[in-house]
Design a protein around this ligand. Sequence first.
Ligand code: ATP
Ligand code: MG
Length: 937
Amino acid sequence: MKTDELREKYLSFYETKGHSRRASDVLVPTWDPSVLFTPAGMNQFKDHFLGRVKLDFTRATTCQKCLRTGDIDNVGRTAYHHTFFEMLGNFSFGDYFKPEAISWAWEFLTDKKWLGLPADQLTVTVYKDDDEAADYWHEKIGLPTSRIHRLEEDENFWPASAPSLGPDGVCGPCSEIYFHPKGSSPVEIWNLVFTQFNRVGDPPNNLEPLPSKNIDTGMGLERTAATLQGVATNYHIDILRPIVEAAGEICGVKYVPEDDNGRRLRRITDHVRACTFAIHENVYPGANKEKYVIRRLLRRAVLDGHQMGLREPFAYQLVDKVAEMMKAGYPELQETTQRVANVIRTEEENFLDRLDDGLARTEKVFNTMRKDNLTIVDGNDAAELYQTYGFPPELFEQVAAEKGLAFDWPGYKAAMEKFGEETGGGTSVLFTTGPIESLKNTLRKTDYVGYDQSEADVTIKGIVAHDADGASKLFDDYDQTGEAHPLIVVTDCTPFYGESGGQVGDSGEIVGAAFRFVVTDTQKDSDLFLHHGYLASGKISSNTDAKAIVGERRLGIQRAHSATHILHYALQKNLGAHAQQQGSKVDEDWLRFDFTNLAAVTPEQLAAIEEDVNERVEASEKVKWETVPLAKARELGAMMLFGEKYPDPVRLVSMGTFSRELCGGTHLTSTGDVGMFEVISEEGPSAGVRRIVALTGTKAKEYRQQVAASLGDIAKSLGVHTLDVPVAVKELMQYVRDLKKAASGSGQPPEDLRLPTEHAKAAPPSYAAQKETLKETARMINVGMFDAPARIAALLSDIDSLKQEIVARAEIGVLTADDLLAQAELIGDVKLIVAEAPGANPNVMRQLIDQLRKKAAPCAVLLIAGQGEDKVMMVAGLSQDVVKSGGKAGEWVKTVSTIVGGSGGGRPDMAQAGGKDPAKIADAVAAAKAFGRKMLG
Ligand code: ATP
Ligand code: MG
């Protein structure tokens, strides 16, 4: 399908859905001070979205001319970025919402009447919490959940990261649609933005639903055309390739897509097209703002031509071709081609006049730097080049970068200010000019050598730190030591893994002859590795050699990472092929793994999954990695996540024959080195997604030890077998509840606590059974597993104080444990206490005896009391040592109860009996004393 046809189809499709077709807004919206160029289709409707204009339509569709300065550096480098491009869009102002936006997008893309793209080559992303959109894609459109990828707010929210970082105001989740060309990486073609919230500031994530919700979508015309035309890059579609070819003819070089000149011709095409549109709108090259952008784009094109050998103006000759290719959408361009070409030609001449001298001057600068072993282009030189030779600093930066030299933006700005000049007018706002950006331009990438080694010889290539004013800048040397002076060090190559793909960054140290630099974390910015840390000692200098040594922690990280692959395999085996990875985080012997599954994973499934992983670990299977073409990896059946952008070639990590994944992370060489795998939780962070947190290696081992120790502690404190702990805890809790009631006066004191003895002699249970038992126990008392022992200890100590309260309440001023103790008769070293306890029931007697046994062991106690007119109760208790030397409470009460006309008995340490004759209590007391003396004597 031709690009012109696509543009027209889109607009008429949305007309059939009740949309008003509106014209593109201008490219340079002078009415909007917040942007230099129109960045997206929605820009002209800002006031509509905010409800600030009276609406005469609530649905609109447009094809908008856009220019994105943020993508300048992507031009020529990626297949799918331009500065100038066209964005197709449909908009709803408080009218339709997600269901229509999604189903129409799908209809337009897949219906044979419209684009007829194969549905199985499309995937989508949604914001991670947007269940509404995910469910709609799944249930109504019928996309399997494996092709709906949930992304974080930095990817799938508009504005990016708004929930946590702001700005306040209208915002919402997005859903992006990707096309997967056969044999290469997927490309984002369409973004649906659901503006449904108003962010109202502190605290973060404070999102209020908007009363009237809006839809804002943007489809890249060139990207979609490239998809339909089956070409590898936007630059080869029907309206762009002829311009590229024409540029080749004018420059006298053959267009070969893969070579340097190929990239130059694409950049010339892009830049001339963008400038043609801007100049058509009377924005001429100049020193400030949008004018400066146009100047910069043109001079870059001129430099590209110069590098291909041209010394005469040439770019202006392309204006006619641009106007011709764009005439279906923008016939008005034809009317100004003469003027536009003249403006471009003048600017070309102007720059070319000074370009040779300027380039000679840059060479001189570079030579002096080389002599002095400097790596950062001085800001004063850059300012001079711009003022005298019209050499834009961004070009200087690029030329310097080709020589491996960095650029000092703060220095450039300071120099321009000193000369009383503006710094290219708003360049600081427009272009990313931090020291890291500058290093990125210079070094492009750090070679990563950490897959197979944990140490490497490196050369220091960049040092970024704060200057005295707190501004971040590049240093040639740095000697402030200590954690208070954080640094970023960049090297030519590194064994340190930079945080990516869910795996955390490495730590360790970089040691040179004159310094020791401690690496606390490693991050990646594009392909540059940033070692964050501080100088422990000495002075670090650019261009010196050092040894980079990754710390031990890496091993734990590798154990966790290899375990995630095994887990992924085990999940699919036990739950089904749908259980695909949705995200992961891998740290030292700790991992978090999110995957698709509708229901919670049952404890049985979880146990089987854990067992399968550990089986693979025990089997010590070989882990291998290799770099293969993406198509080959697909053929080999590697697990691939839809919606994920994969490079080509890809790194394929395989384990035994059971796992093949595309992965950039670091791994063990044998699954056996994982040591042990232990799941510690399973939960559902959002609908249709489950999350497993697990431990490996040392942490898993420690965790297991802690489970066993905690359960052991509890069993010991209760005096029961580990398997009886839950029953014992249940009884303990009931007992404490009853004690509490009695202590507060609203119930009878309970019978003594009897704990189970069922498993008294059983062998210690398996680890799995212990963990289950501890879990169950913790659930019963509502605390975390490892807090259970302390909680049980607290319950046990509650018992003592509750009993004291109960006794205090029951004593009714007659008798206390101390009173009883005062009556004790010493037989050897054993205290014999026999007393009448008027008003006490057997429970109170038992508690008094308990207190005495604690306070006054060794002792033997028998208490007796009338219970109304015709009943007598008695309780006897012996301390443990008395029982050991043969004392029997059961015998005691049996003998004494016959005197009051009753019977009874019980255990040797505690026994109870009753009778019918309260008149005989005094006789019984005498008999009890006599028996006691004999028993102890
Ligand atoms: P990318 O991440 O690929 O740069 P984006 O997230 O910046 O894309 P959006 O801001 O969502 O893109 O813009 C909507 C659509 O416009 C994209 O889906 C894409 O098709 C298109 N698009 C965005 N930037 C460019 C560009 N520089 N050149 C060509 N098309 C673009
Ligand atoms: Mg972008």
